[in-house]
Design a protein around this ligand. Structure first.
Ligand code: 9MR
Length: 802
C-alpha cells in the first residue's frame, strides 16, 4: 500500500518528469553508489548492496540487510533523540522547495520524528514531522521550503523514547530540490605540475602539464630573479589513465644552478615556485622522523621538542585512561594482564599493532643501517643530536633512540613465560569500540584490550628484534642481548604456532591487520636472524623458503602485509655470512624488481612507479616502498638511473600529480593538512593542532572505503567513479584516503633520508659559515640560518639595502 502524505506543491507530475530516474538508484560496484537525479541530495538512500555508507547513527548501530537499513532500537530511552539515524553534509538552499520521501516500517506501531535540520549546533530545523509507522512498509512523501542555506544540513530520523526495544526498517530515502548536488571540484590550479619543494641541482627535473594541445608546446624555466634560464618544447603523452587527463611532460634537467623561486611556464601557465638545491631533502628527513616522537604513547610530549604539540602522556594508567599499564586480554582469550605502555600510536587511531609496528621500526632501523653501509649514506646526519627528542645527547644515534621506543613496546607484547602461547606476540592493543574523533590520548576513557597473539606479529617481533640486536650492539650491549633473546624466543614460538592468524573481522575499535599467509614473515625473520647470528639453521630455513628464489617484491611492492622484500634487501646489502652466488642472486633480484618499477615510472606521465590499478589504501606508501627498492638498486650498483627514478618518484609525492597536491604536511605550496587523526584534530576542534610538518597522507584510494570520501567524491559530471588519482580528500573524516600512519611515515623517512644523501662532494648549498653563524639553502624557498645563543639576526635585502 502506498500512502502519500504532505502538501501538494511538489506534484507527482514534477517528480515524474522524464529525466528523473528515481531517488538514488542502481549501481553498486567496487563500493560505488550512483545517483541519477542531479538534484538528489541524499547519498546512498537505497542501501543497495547493504551499504550504509554516508549514514550515521547515535544510540544504536547501523546495519543494512536485504537492501534496507535495519536498526535495532533499544528500549528504555527517554528522549526521541536518544536514538537516531541520519545523513550529514546535506546541501540546502534557502527559500527553495524540496520533496522528501522514504519507505519505512516498524516491528510494532510506533511514532518517530523525521526531520531536516542543521547538522551542527544549534541544530536548527527547517522541517520536522511526526510519522506513525506500521508493521507494513509504507512510502511517505512530504514537501517543504527550506529556510536554511547550508552545506551542513542533515536528514535524520529520531527513534528513541520508547520503553520497549523495536526494529526500524528504512529504504529509498530521497530529498530532491535545490541546486544539483554539487560536483566536488578540487582546487588543482595551476595545470603545470612540479615538485613543489624542489629538485637537486644534478637530479632529474621533470614536470607534467595538463593540456588538450595535441602538439608540443613551448616552455621556459624562469629564475627567482625573473630571467629565462632554459626553454624547450613539451612532449605530448596523450590520455593518462590514472587521472583521465590529457597531459604533456617537460624535461628541464638542464637547469642546474641552485636557487629559490624558480617557476616553469608552459603556454602562459606557470607552476608553483620551486627551489634547486642540494639540501632540499634535509628538513624532510628530520620532519618525517620527528613524526614518530609526536605519535609516542606513554610519555609527555614536550613543547620544547615539537612546538605546538605538547600533550600529557597517553595511556599511562591515569584516569580517564584505562590502559596501558595493566591491560587485560580480550574476554575469553586469556586471564592475565600485561604492561604494554609505550610505543607509537599507529595512525589516526590510538591502536598499537605489532604487525604494523614491525615494518615501521624496520624502516627506521633500515634507514640507519643503510646509512652505515651505503656509499651515499652519510651516517653523521642521523647521529646523536640530529633530532629534537628527549634522548638527544645520550651518545646513541637519535633514529635508533626513536626506533627503540617502539621496540620496547613490541617486547612488552610478547607473552611471558608460564602463560599459554609463551613467546608469541599479542597482535595488538586498542580500545574496545572506536575512540571519539578527535580525542587526545590521555583523555581516552575506553577499555583497552590485548588481542590474541598471532604468528605474523610474533615474526614481526623476531625480525625487528634480530635486526635491532646487531644495530644497538655498539651502543648498548645489554639491550642488544635482550633483543636477540626475544627474537629467538619469538622465532621458536612462531614455529610451534605457524598458523595463528588474526581475525579479519576483529575491527571493533581498531584495524585488523590480518594476514593468513605468513611465509614472507617467516622468510624475513629468518633473514634477520641469519644476518645477525650467522647461524646455519637460519640459512637452512631460508633455503627451504619459497622466497629463497621466489619473487620477494611483486608488482605491488613491499608493505605491512608483504614483507619478504625487507629480508631480501638486507640479505643483499648488509654484510653477512651469505656468500658468493647466494648473495649475487639476492642482489640481482633487487635490480630486477627496480628495473620493473623504473619502467612504470617511465610509462607514467606523472613519473610514478604505480599504474592506474596501483592506487590503494596508503598509495603514497606503496610508491615510497617501491622507491626504497629502486634506491637499494642504486646503492648496490651506483647506476644513476636508479637514483634518478627515486628522485622522480618523490616529485609525485611532493606535488607533481593530478591534484597538484603535496601529500606531506608543510611541504609545498598546496599540501595535505587535515589528515585523519584523533591527536591532530584541528579541522574539528581549532584548539588542536594540524598534523606536524612532515606527516604524509595515505593518498588516493579508489576503494573509497570511508563514507565521507564516498559521499563527496562519487558525484562526478560523467556519473562514472572518479579516476584513481582523484580519489583523495584532504578531510579529517576520510580515513581511507587521508590518514596518517607510522608505516607510511617510515617509508617517507627512508626515502627522504636516501634523497638527502644525494649530494655531490663539495655541495654548494652551504653550509656557509660566517663567524659563528651557519647558513644553508633549504627546500621550500627557505634559508636556514643558525645563530649562536645571545646573537640577534639582522637581515638586509641585497636589492633594497633595507
Ligand atoms: O594500512 C592499512 C591498509 O593497508 C588496509 O587496507 C586498511 C584496512 O584494513 O587498514 C590500514 O591500516 C589502518 C589500521 O587498520 C588501523 N589504524 C590505521 C591504519 C591506517 O589507515
Amino acid at each position: 500500500m502506498v500512502i502519500v502524505r504532505g502538501t501538494s506543491d511538489w506534484s507527482s507530475a514534477n517528480r515524474g518528469s522524464s529525466d528523473w530516474d528515481g531517488a538514488g538508484s542502481a549501481g553498486h560496484g567496487r563500493g560505488m553508489v550512483t545517483v541519477k537525479e542531479p538534484r538528489e541530495q541524499v547519498f546512498n538512500g537505497t542501501f543497495d548492496g547493504n551499504d550504509t555508507a554516508g549514514w550515521f547513527s547515535a544510540g544504536t548501530a547501523l546495519a543494512a540487510a536485504d537492501g534496507k537499513l535495519r536498526v535495532q532500537v533499544p528500549g528504555g530511552t527517554q528522549q526521541r533523540w536518544d536514538v537516531l539515524v541520519g545523513e550529514n553534509d546535506i546541501r540546502l538552499n534557502a527559500n527553495t522547495p524540496y520533496a522528501i520521501s522514504f519507505t519505512a516500517s516498524a516491528s510494532r506501531p510506533v511514532t518517530i520524528k523525521a526531520q531536516v535540520q542543521l547538522g551542527d549546533k544549534p541544530y536548527t530545523p527547517t522541517w520536522a514531522q511526526d510519522v506513525q509507522l506500521t508493521t507494513d512498509p509504507q512510502q511517505y512523501h512530504y514537501s517543504f521550503t527550506s529556510n536554511l542555506d547550508t552545506g551542513r544540513g542533515q536528514v535524520s530520523f529520531q527513534l528513541g523514547g520508547s520503553g520497549e526495544a523495536w526494529t526500524f526498517t528504512l529504504d529509498d530515502v530521497s530529498l530532491v530540490g535545490g541546486e544539483p548536488a554539487g560536483w566536488y571540484v578540487p582546487e588543482t590550479d595551476p595545470p603545470v605540475r612540479v615538485n613543489q619543494v624542489g629538485y637537486l641541482p644534478d637530479g632529474p627535473k621533470r614536470a607534467t602539464v595538463v593540456t588538450d594541445a595535441p602538439d608540443p608546446r613551448p616552455w621556459q624555466v624562469v629564475s627567482g630573479a625573473g630571467e629565462v634560464v632554459a626553454s624547450g618544447r613539451s612532449t605530448p603523452r596523450g590520455l593518462d589513465a590514472s587521472s583521465g587527463q590529457k597531459v604533456h611532460t617537460v624535461d628541464f634537467s638542464a637547469v642546474t644552478a641552485p636557487g629559490t623561486g624558480y617557476v616553469l611556464r608552459v603556454d602562459g601557465q606557470q607552476s608553483f615556485p620551486f627551489t634547486v638545491a642540494n639540501s632540499i631533502y634535509d628538513r624532510l628527513r628530520r620532519d618525517a622522523l620527528h613524526f614518530f616522537y609526536v605519535q609516542r604513547s606513554g610519555i609527555t610530549i614536550d613543547d620544547a621538542f615539537v612546538p605546538g604539540y605538547a600533550r600529557p602522556a597517553g595511556h599511562v594508567g591515569v584516569p580517564p585512561n584505562q590502559g596501558d599499564t595493566s591491560v587485560p586480554c580480550q574476554p575469553g582469550t586469556g586471564d592475565y594482564r600485561l604492561d604494554v605502555r609505550g610505543g607509537w600510536y599507529d595512525a589516526g587511531d590510538h591502536g598499537k599493532y605489532v604487525v604494523n609496528g614491525g615494518i615501521a621500526t624496520a624502516q627506521l632501523l633500515g634507514l640507519y643501517e643503510r646509512a652505515v653501509t651505503a656509499k651515499t649514506g652519510h651516517p653523521a646526519a642521523l647521529g646523536d643530536g640530529t633530532l629534537d627528542i628527549p634522548e638527544h645527547g645520550n651518545k646513541v644515534p637519535d633514529v635508533l633512540d626513536e626506533a627503540r621506543w617502539e621496540l620496547e613496546f613490541m617486547l612488552r607484547m610478547q607473552v611471558p613465560d608460564g602463560r599459554p602461547n609463551a613467546g608469541m606476540a599479542h597482535h595488538k592493543v586498542h580500545d574496545r569500540g572506536w575512540t571519539d574523533l578527535p580525542c587526545l590520548p590521555d583523555q581516552d576513557p575506553k577499555v583497552r584490550e590485548l588481542h590474541p597473539p598471532s604468528t605474523a606479529a610474533t615474526l614481526n617481533l623476531a625480525a625487528t628484534a634480530a635486526q635491532a640486536a646487531r644495530l644497538y650492539r655498539p651502543f648498548d650491549a645489554a639491550f642488544a642481548d635482550r633483543c636477540l633473546a626475544a627474537a629467538r624466543t619469538a622465532w621458536k614460538a612462531a614455529q610451534e604456532h605457524p598458523a595463528m592468524y588474526a581475525r579479519p573481522d576483529d575491527t571493533d575499535g581498531g584495524g585488523a591487520y590480518d594476514d593468513d599467509d605468513v611465509r614472507d614473515e617467516f622468510y624475513w625473520a629468518a633473514a634477520e636472524l641469519f644476518i645477525t647470528t650467522g647461524e646455519q639453521p637460519f640459512l637452512d630455513y631460508l633455503r627451504s623458503s619459497p622466497y629463497w628464489t621466489g619473487d620477494a617484491f611483486r608488482d605491488t611492492g613491499p608493505g605491512w602485509k608483504f614483507v619478504a622484500a625487507l629480508g631480501r634487501i638486507d640479505l643483499a646489502t648488509v654484510p653477512s655470512k651469505l656468500a658468493g652466488n647466494d648473495r649475487d642472486a639476492a642482489r640481482n633480484s633487487v635490480r630486477e624488481a627496480a628495473d620493473h618499477y623504473l619502467q612504470t615510472i617511465r610509462d607514467q606521465a606523472y613519473g610514478v612507479p604505480i599504474g592506474e590499478n596501483g592506487y590503494t589504501w596508503g598509495s603514497t606508501s606503496v610508491i615510497l616502498n617501491k622507491l626504497m627498492v629502486i634506491a637499494t638498486a642504486f646503492d648496490l650498483t651506483g647506476d644513476q638511473r636508479y637514483r634518478d627514478g627515486v628522485l622522480e618518484g618523490l616529485d609525485f609525492i611532493l606535488g607533481r600529480n593530478a591534484l597538484n597536491n603535496s601529500y606531506v604536511t608543510g611541504y609545498g605550496s598546496r599540501c595535505s593538512h587535515n589528515q585523519h587523526s584523533r591527536i591532530y584534530g584541528h579541522q574539528l576542534d581549532p584548539r588542536l593542532p594540524q598534523p606536524p610538518a612532515g606527516s604524509i597522507a595515505g593518498g588516493p584510494n579508489p576503494g573509497l572505503e570511508d563514507p565521507k570520501a564516498k559521499k563527496v567524491l562519487f558525484h562526478t559530471p560523467s556519473g562514472e567513479p572518479p579516476k584513481p588519482q582523484f580519489c583523495y580528500l584532504d578531510d579529517i573524516e576520510s580515513w581511507s584516503t587521508n590518514e596518517v600512519a607510522i608505516n607510511w611515515n617510515s617509508a617517507l623517512a627512508w626515502v627522504a633520508s636516501f634523497a638527502a644523501g644525494q649530494r655531490p662532494p663539495g655541495d654548494n648549498d652551504g653550509p656557509y659559515r660566517v663567524g659563528d653563524v651557519t647558513v644553508r639553502l633549504s627546500g621550500d624557498h627557505q634559508v636556514d640560518v643558525v645563530v649562536p645563543v645571545g646573537w640577534s639576526l639582522h637581515v638586509e635585502s641585497a636589492a633594497t639595502g633595507r
